[in-house]
Design a protein around this ligand. Structure first.
Ligand code: HEM
Length: 432
């Protein structure tokens, strides 16, 4: 693995991308912030990239228009070919989505999707998220044990996004399987990811086609896909290809992220007893504003998106005094920036009361998370309901034995085994 040299007087650089690093990358990020804040490394995939770890530099890089999101700007050597995106994305003609494009195309597509994916649509969705959350907890509450990733954090966002998009209920389990194949890439063959991308692509193309036909017959429903088809900007509509890529990015960006926010958030609370107590008290009081502050802190402390998505220098530039050549990839390490002591007091402490919390967990600049209102709704509902309904939830594994997923961008647990007092069937308690 190639690393840019550290200053001679610095202690040895910790190894990146090992098992130990995956369990707790924060000491390595502290080292990088201090000794090599813009650091060139070779990733496990063989691709060379710059890692940006300080808060101020991260914020600057996220908003820097000289860093393109379009992978065609990657000056890629042959060994790095196609390793910076989702396997199968190019073949499935899904490249033209928000996370791969720059203005003016990005501006147009973001404006169009914002017309359909409105805060009102998300707010109206709240009862459905609550219903899904209760149903999933009902399914394991009587057992006295669960794997919170498999039984709860994983199914909730996938069913939620399916409902929001307008995927018929009878197809949602297929969708859940394909999405599962897509996120298991840390473990399974990369070919499996490409296959699931293709299956999702074909399904979405067909569904969009059917919804467009229903709209032509004035029979369209009020789901997000129908909204996307209807949305127009100066008389321009999304093409069917663009609509498929848009649905794909909503699924891609909105699924594993939320799984990990629920998983990492619950795990952080299970390991911080005082903060867990405080969280439960807030839930019992039904204080939504305090709950929202707490969820933001969980996102800062151990958020689901460890690295922002790929960026490529479109011209030679300097970042924190480091020269970056045209075509070189830059990865902003959100997890490192969110623990920068230059921006956050006691950054390694989980403080659910933290009021000033300008974390970068949802990114910054024009690619700032489009789904943040939905993510907040899902995370708040999931955590408040789970911890409100199951007061004695306890970790059923040694933290050292827990395994983290191996992907580059996301940070999340593979499993989160818990035990609790089994609840008799049908004892759904009052929750926030
Ligand atoms: C806890 C959950 C979530 C987190 C932490 C999160 C985080 C992020 C981050 C960091 C970015 C910026 C990436 C970059 O600049 O490289 C982003 C973009 C995006 N997110 Fe989220 N996200 C979450 C949930 C969602 C949900 C639920 C949706 C929608 C269903 C969504 C849709 C998007 C989209 C479409 C973009 C691209 C926006 C653009 O390029 O203009 N996200 N998200």
């Amino acid at each position: 693995m190639t690393e840019s040299p550290a200053p001679h007087d610095a202690p040895d650089m910790p190894e990146l991308f090992t098992w130990e690093f995956a369990s707790d990358p924060y000491p390595a990020y502290a080292w990088l912030r201090e000794h090599a804040p813009v650091h060139r490394t070779t990733l496990p995939s063989g691709v060379e990239a710059w890692l940006v770890t300080r808060y101020a530099d991260a914020r600057q890089a996220l908003a820097d228009q000289r860093l393109s999101k379009n992978p065609d700007h990657h000056d890629e050597p042959s060994h790095a070919k196609g390793k910076t995106g989702i396997p199968g994305e190019r073949k499935a003609e899904l490249m033209t989505h928000l996370l791969n494009i720059d203005p003016p195309d990005h501006t147009r597509l973001r404006r169009l999707v914002s017309k359909a994916f409105t805060p009102r649509r998300v707010a109206e969705f709240a009862p459905r998220v609550q219903e899904l959350t209760d149903r999933l907890i009902d399914e394991f509450a009587a057992k006295g044990e669960a794997d919170l990733i498999h039984d709860f954090a994983f199914p909730l966002p996938i069913y939620a996004i399916c409902d929001l998009l307008g995927v018929p209920r009878e197809d949602q389990d297929d969708f859940r399987d394909w999405a599962g194949m897509m996120v298991r890439h840390g473990k399974g063959p990369r070919g499996g990811v490409a296959r699931s991308v293709k299956l999702i692509r074909n399904y979405l193309a067909d569904l969009i086609h059917r919804k467009r036909a229903a709209l032509d017959e004035s029979d369209g429903s009020d789901d997000l896909i129908s909204g996307l088809i209807r949305a127009s900007d100066h008389g321009e509509h999304l093409t069917e290809n663009e609509a498929a890529a848009m649905c794909f990015v909503l699924l891609l960006a909105g699924f594993e992220t939320t799984v990990n926010l629920i998983g990492n958030g619950t795990y952080a609370l299970l390991r911080n007893h005082e903060q867990m107590q405080e969280f439960r008290t807030t839930v019992a009081r039904g204080d939504t504003a305090v709950l929202d502050t707490a969820v933001e802190e969980l996102l800062r402390f151990d958020g689901p998106v460890e690295f922002a998505t790929w960026r490529f220098a479109t011209q030679p530039l300097e970042l924190a005094g480091q020269h970056i050549a045209k075509g070189e990839p830059v990865l902003v390490v959100l997890a490192a920036a969110n623990r920068d002591p230059a921006r956050f007091d006691h950054p390694d402490v989980l403080d659910l009361d933290r009021r000033t919390n300008p974390h970068l967990g949802y990114g910054h600049g024009i690619h700032y998370c489009l789904g943040a209102p939905l993510a907040r709704l899902e995370a708040r509902t999931a955590l408040a309901t789970l911890l409100g309904r199951i007061p004695d939830l306890a970790l059923a594994a040694d933290p050292a034995d827990l395994r983290w997923r191996g992907g580059l961008i996301m940070r999340g647990l593979r499993t989160l085994p818990v035990t609790f007092t089994a609840q008799p069937v049908g004892t759904c308690q009052e929750t926030s």
